[in-house]
Write a protein that binds this ligand. Structure first.
Ligand SMILES: [Zn+2]
Length: 169
């Protein structure tokens, strides 16, 4: 039954997209291959007929990048540290539902080392590991350990099987 919840709706759409992605891409590729010449002629004709409009659109495109951002947010130029910290905090809050301070405290509690492989965060990137199902923040891990868990779909059985598997040879 279709849901009204916008978050669930987006999730459903995403699932549907990924389920049918390979098929849809293949269908598109087949179409493009079959109608190659026709598409080329059509595009050329469109470009020739709309040259001015296309050029105007390109010129009017807002500039991207750091300079443009700073023009729009001049306060960031005056207080760069404050805004860097603010953005970091917002990132942790939206991604992991923790504050940057909580992340830092956990990291310090772990002696600035990955909670699983114990490598120092001076050498490896620190990321907040969280339970994918509950969204709960678990610990600060290095990038590799966090990815390893994710690639095994957070299944302890798979991770245990992998551990014994690599000891067989
Ligand atoms: Zn690690």
């Amino acid at each position: 039954m279709p849901t009204k919840d916008p978050i669930k709706k987006a999730a459903n759409q995403r699932r549907r997209y990924w389920r049918n992605r390979a098929k849809a891409l293949a269908r598109k590729a087949r179409y493009r291959e079959k109608h190659k010449e026709e598409i080329r002629v059509r595009n050329e004709k469109y470009r020739a007929e709309n040259r001015d409009e296309i050029n105007r659109r390109h010129r009017a495109k807002p500039k991207k990048g750091r300079a443009a951002h700073q023009l729009r947010f001049p306060l960031e130029l005056l207080f760069p540290e404050f805004f860097r910290e603010y953005r970091r905090d917002m990132q942790y809050r939206t991604l992991y539902k923790i504050t940057a301070a909580e992340f830092d405290a956990k990291k310090a509690e772990q002696g600035n080392r990955c909670a699983t492989c114990r490598r120092s965060f001076d050498e490896v990137r620190a990321v907040a590991d969280h339970n994918r199902r509950t969204g709960k923040f678990r610990a600060v891990l290095c990038d590799s350990c966090n990815l390893a868990i994710g690639h095994a779909y957070e299944k302890p059985g798979t991770l245990r099987a992998l551990a014994s598997y690599i000891q067989t040879a």
